[in-house]
Design a protein around this ligand. Structure first.
Ligand code: 9MR
Ligand code: ZN
Length: 540
């Protein structure tokens, strides 16, 4: 019989592909577990929990329950012999695609500058942030920088984060091309008269265009790119259309310009096969950004910004050069990469997922994916990435709950970190298809969707115990939850003083005030899209 769902069992609350590794976790010592088919109302599988690893902090054992061998599609509950039940979950070859769809679609619901009325999620609001921005430090000068996506729970828009997000999302084109092409997102765009009219362009690319178009508006005539557009202070928990304070266009910076150049060069490559003139426009913008960077080697960063301020531009310059090389074939860029590669983190053990502050891994990914026998360096990057991937798999196999996350990783957006490592594994799989990589990846997705000590899914709208009070202004003001938002998750620093600090994987709270554990941002979602797409592609 079905039992009430409890948090005693950590399990992926969306579910598993039939062929996937399926491991649930509990800290409760019991003799037996069973899998109950909720439609037929009968036990279909029984097993004995085994001790997985000692939870280092508490010294308490964690038990794992492996039911990988059970592959029949259906809806199930896992039950312990003490009478406690898990959240319901599916076994289906549609789970990953449905996650991909919901999460990718969320970008459309973060759009700025248009009215939204989505029949699927019921998200709706008036057009927002339509006024031109005030150019900071230039009295009376204004600029149109409308469009794009709201960055996170706030309504700011930041170039570095936009660049990292689009660059990650576009990896889906390389790592999950079939999913990307075959997944309809049911875009609520009818009658909008947008430029995205090309009928054979996949929905995913139509969505990403919105952000790329906004990024192009952030570029100055001389090629340099502005840091961000936002109000001087974060607004209260209001609707976007109620946020009418002056928005400022913050100064240009070299790290922002470099990330912009890299992301747009990558985008040019991807859009090339669908819309050549558009791809050319992206490439021109990227090359103009590069020309600005070339004019000086100095780091230029505005003092006026707090969020996403970057301390170095070196690795991002190298990344831009790498992307520009593969977009143009111009050896100038290749020499730049060769001369400056030392700026990257090249130790397999220390390599960490890229984000706005450090883009090393992205460069290595690009070079490794495009390895060519007549360019030795790309072969080295391929080796480096494969080494790194094997170390990541080891880490996963030695951690309770099968997560890659180590104590130090419980920082801002630990969920994104776990999925970021999974992106590295997906790239490694592309280079050398080891089944162990796929298993390690799906276990990270499991962790994010509930196979963790809190039995908490960290994605809104996915799973029975998922966030309902995210730090998200639109959700708080409207009472409507945007589905498919990955929140940051456990952050042992609990910088908001709402979540409990120093609890590792348990430093998380589903509280609207907890911006350090319960906020979403566009860059958090991006690796989730790539991983769901990748797993869907490899589900058999
Ligand atoms: O995700 C960001 C995290 O890595 C930073 O350390 C943190 C502190 O500055 O900010 C996070 O990003 C926030 C950004 O500053 C403003 N928009 C909301 C972002 C998500 O919390
Ligand atoms: Zn807006």
């Amino acid at each position: 019989n079905p039992l009430p769902a409890t948090r005693e069992i950590g399990i992926n609350q969306a579910g598993y592909a039939p062929s996937a590794v399926k491991i649930a976790y509990t800290a409760t010592a019991v003799g037996e577990f069973s899998l109950v088919d909720l439609q037929a109302n009968q036990a279909v599988f029984r097993g004995v929990p085994t001790i997985s690893q000692k939870d280092r902090k508490s010294g308490k054992p964690v038990y794992q329950m492996d039911f990988s061998s059970f592959q029949r599609p259906g809806v199930y509950q896992l039950q312990l012999s003490n009478g406690r039940g898990s959240a319901p979950f599916a076994i289906s070859d549609q789970v990953y695609q449905s996650i991909y769809q919901t999460v990718m679609r969320s970008y459309e619901l973060q759009r700025c500058g248009i009215a939204l009325a989505d029949p699927v999620s019921h998200v709706h609001h008036e057009a927002c942030h339509l006024a031109p921005a005030q150019v900071m430090g230039e009295q009376g000068e204004e600029r149109d920088v409308t469009g794009g996506w709201h960055d996170a729970g706030d309504y700011g828009k930041y170039t570095a984060n936009a660049g990292m997000t689009t660059a990650h999302l576009l990896l889906a084109y390389e790592l999950a091309p079939m999913t990307l092409k075959n997944t309809s997102l049911f875009l609520p765009r009818a009658g909008e008269g947008e430029s995205v009219a090309l009928s054979d362009e996949p929905d995913t690319l139509a969505v990403i265009r919105v952000e790329l178009d906004w990024m192009r508006k952030m570029q100055r005539e001389d090629g340099a790119v502005h840091h961000s557009v936002k109000t001087a202070e974060f607004p209260g928990m209001i609707l976007p259309e109620e946020d009418r304070k002056t928005q400022y266009l913050y100064p240009v910076s070299t790290p922002d310009t470099a990330i912009f150049a890299a992301a747009l060069a990558r985008a040019a490559r991807v859009y090339q096969s669908y819309d050549e003139p558009y791809a050319q426009m992206l490439l021109d913008a990227s090359m103009r950004a590069w020309a600005f960077l070339e004019s000086s080697n100095e780091l230029l960063v505005p003092e006026t910004v707090q969020a996403y301020r970057i301390k170095s531009d070196k690795q991002s310059r190298v990344w831009a050069a790498a992307e520009l090389y593969f977009a143009t074939g111009d050896v100038r860029y290749r020499s730049y990469v060769e001369q400056n590669l030392g700026e990257l983190e090249l130790r397999p053990k220390k390599l960490a997922p890229s984000y706005w502050q450090n883009t090393s891994a992205m460069t290595i990914i690009t070079l490794a994916l495009h390895h060519q026998t007549d360019w030795e360096l790309t072969l080295q990057m391929r080796q480096l990435l494969l080494h790194h991937a094997d170390q990541v798999v080891n880490r996963i196999n030695q951690t309770p709950y099968g997560t890659v996350l180590q104590a130090r990783d419980y920082d801002w957006a630990s969920t994104k970190t776990a999925l970021g490592y999974s992106v590295h594994l997906a790239v490694a799989y592309q280079l050398e298809p080891k089944p162990a990589y796929v298993a390690a990846i799906s276990r990270q997705l499991d962790w994010v969707l509930g196979a963790n000590p809190l039995a908490q899914s960290f994605v809104t709208g996915i799973g029975m115990f998922s966030p309902v009070h995210p730090h998200h202004r639109y959700a708080a003001a409207s009472g409507i939850l945007v589905p498919g938002l990955l929140v940051g998750g456990p952050n042992a620093n609990a910088n908001d003083n709402v979540a409990v600090a120093k609890q590792g994987a348990k430093s998380y709270i589903d509280d609207v005030r907890s911006f350090a554990t319960n906020e979403y941002a566009i860059d958090y979602n991006a690796p989730l899209v790539v991983i769901a797409g990748f797993l869907h592609e490899r589900r058999n």
